[in-house]
Ligand binder design. Sequence first.
Ligand SMILES: *Cc1c(COP(=O)(O)O)cnc(C)c1O
Length: 356
Amino acid sequence: MESSTKSQITVEKSKTSKIDQVDFDNLAFGSVFSDHMLVCDYKNGAWETPKVVPYGPLTLDPSSKIFHYGQSIFEGMKAYKDTEEKVWLFRPLDNHKRLNISAKRMAIPEIPENFFMEGLKTLLKVDENWIPTKDGSSLYIRPFIFASGQGFHASPANEYKFMICLAPSGSYFSGKVKVLIEETYSRSANGGVGFAKAGGNYAGQFYPTQLAVEKGYNQVIWTDDNTHEYIEEAGAMNIFVRINDTLITGPTSDRILDGITRKSIIQIAEDENIKVEVRKITVKEVVEAAKNGSLKEMFGAGTAAVISPISTFGHKNTDYDLPELTDKSYSSTLKKRITDIQYNRAEDKFGWRHEA
Ligand SMILES: *Cc1c(COP(=O)(O)O)cnc(C)c1O
């Protein structure tokens, strides 16, 4: 195996590449992985220097705490290639900051910024050819930390792994998204871990989502755990509602995750002179707006899909259809502006683009 060093990060290159087996024109979301991965171990109270190694399975002790107590967190971000083959990241320091916010809540040791950023950039250099160039495609980046330390004692582990894996991906959702406003189950609660990207949050969503899928919906709209009267998130995305010409999204809290797409959309919308309100959204006002025709758009916002327009929502056995989208829809305007910045097709007046 060939070895080299960049900063202090060592690179062990894989002997063969799988890249020729990948159909870059028909990429599903997050289902093929690049040739390498970043691994960084936490032992004896400190993070060791990260390594780039060939992508492959891990060996873990069956008593590793990740298996029993779900002590794990993750991030989701993307790398974009412009027409000159230059590679860009979008607000990556915000992902690093949020990973550490999640880490703190889950009693996981925080990862230093240089290990995160240098590790990511070194990995991206090694697997640069895996960044797709087809329109709408990008390299999905999955940083994560989990408890590899051993023992059945229900307490924080003493060893962890921070890893980054890369998955070349096409667009996340396709077609019309039909959602169900959830009135029984909850994604998060006050004082809970809903604001963290903690693994178990998503496992807890699978069953209610399966029930919605059985009823013919694609996703669940999460409401507050206490009354189910307020709209909070759309699956694993933040949610925006347009009533007349006002764009509304809920305030971040213990229960609503502080999405980077969400906060970027708020800024871009304000820059477009769209009226934005950050306030609680009631199920009642959305149903009334759908009935009287003032509900113009609803969409989810997150890194994977960027903006995912909702075509229909279900509430108490009634389905409400949203108007067809046009070129003037906020979702089209905002998606174009954010992706133009991400792919270096437009000026970045906000300073969000980051050279990889
Ligand atoms: C990751 C995530 C989001 C979106 O965050 P982005 O930073 O925009 O990708 C929204 N809600 C939940 C629950 C999430 O896990």
